[in-house]
Design a protein around this ligand. Sequence first.
Ligand SMILES: Cc1cc2nc3c(=O)[nH]c(=O)nc-3n(C[C@H](O)[C@H](O)[C@H](O)COP(=O)(O)OP(=O)(O)OC[C@H]3O[C@@H](n4cnc5c(N)ncnc54)[C@H](O)[C@@H]3O)c2cc1C
Length: 414
Amino acid sequence: MTCPDPRNFHLSDARAARAFREKLAIPFLPSYPAAKSIRKRRKPLDTFDVDTAVAGAGVIGIAIARALALAGKDVLLLEKNGLIGEETSARNSEVIHAGIYYDPGSLKAQHCLRGKALLYQFCEERGVPYRRCGKLIVATDDREAGKLTGIADHARANGVDDLTLLEGRDAVAIEPVLTAVAALNSPSTGIIDSHALMLALLGEAEAHGAQTLLSARIIGGELEPDGRVLLEIGGPDPMRLRARSFVNAAGLWATDLTRRIDGMPPAPDLELVKGSYFTLAGKAPFSRLIYPVPRDGGLGVHLTLDLGGQAKFGPDTDWLSDSDPAQIDYGVDESRRAAFAAAIRQYWNGIREEDLLPGYSGVRPKIAGAAYPDFRIMGPDSHGAGPHAFLYGIESPGLTACLSIAEEVAGMLT
Ligand SMILES: Cc1cc2nc3c(=O)[nH]c(=O)nc-3n(C[C@H](O)[C@H](O)[C@H](O)COP(=O)(O)OP(=O)(O)OC[C@H]3O[C@@H](n4cnc5c(N)ncnc54)[C@H](O)[C@@H]3O)c2cc1C
């Protein structure tokens, strides 16, 4: 038995999507009227003028479309797939990160901290399902225990000042099946329903006039002398769009997209790093997220929970040799099961290898060649090519950071 493909979750089910919108009190716009009429009126390769085109309906593009629509912009959101949020935004851990590990001063640290606060507030106000479940960073020997204070200091430098150090017996008192000699407790870590979040954000964007075009892949274009961007749209209804302002939030494809548009500022190379998950058959043994002390620069095989109580382990780290997102194989390699079980056994000796089921995988777009691969968000001041924004390397904690990133991009373009 395998975990259902995350792409088949709520969004592919129109009834579930409608139910979510009703639950979240979001106006339901079944047919994106203006976007539809653009398609109806279109003659072959007609050119339509739009004010702001946002490429990519993942959580980042949707959050940006919402922020721009709230700021009064006329926004058209373009998505190459037939549904929103089918790529990295549907293939992650759904953790609201506290902001512990990022380099102080980095964009990841800044946007994680601000994004976390904005996201909890948004979920609370809009009824998006979330749980502030907390997380333990677990030391299983004295050498690891010695590292916990350093981690807490690092977190404090990022503005995360609510971590508490627990002795092993106190950690075991709150998580009885844990093996630990010490632990750090992070109470502001949480989990969220990322699909409900995207629907809530999109509903608000549309309620403020944004339009969405699905199955609308941008296949090329050019920067015109007056700073506007001419976009070639492929898919079932090819057309041209001329946008005064353009946002590239195409995730894994962001570099590919910029390079398809003549005259755009240079885009960084990306390296793709796959992360696979194994899900746990049966009941979750923990009520918090459980992370080992980081080793060799990685977070280690950690346990996360979803809102339905399902436990999963991962993601691991697999640097792909091909940086072309079209070549990604999202399958989970079952031969990794034994290595997962061995890593988990360090902090939970009740794990049985046969209870680990291949789950799903996601892929991180990392800026190539950077010692510390940070987010890269380029606005008019940094590239000088007009009222356009480009987002590269939006890996974790992009979900946590989405509202903060959107705030920054909207600030650049309004
Ligand atoms: C394994 C893994 C675990 C993670 N866990 C967490 C976590 O727990 N917490 C957290 O905060 N973050 C996490 N993240 C990071 C988070 O998932 C991402 O930062 C976020 O989803 C990125 O969203 P996005 O909108 O930039 O990209 P995407 O969701 O990939 O959206 C980009 C969209 O652009 C579209 N597109 C691409 N090219 C074109 C084109 N030419 N024309 C039109 N549309 C186009 C794509 O189809 C896609 O829908 C994780 C990431 C991974 C890989």
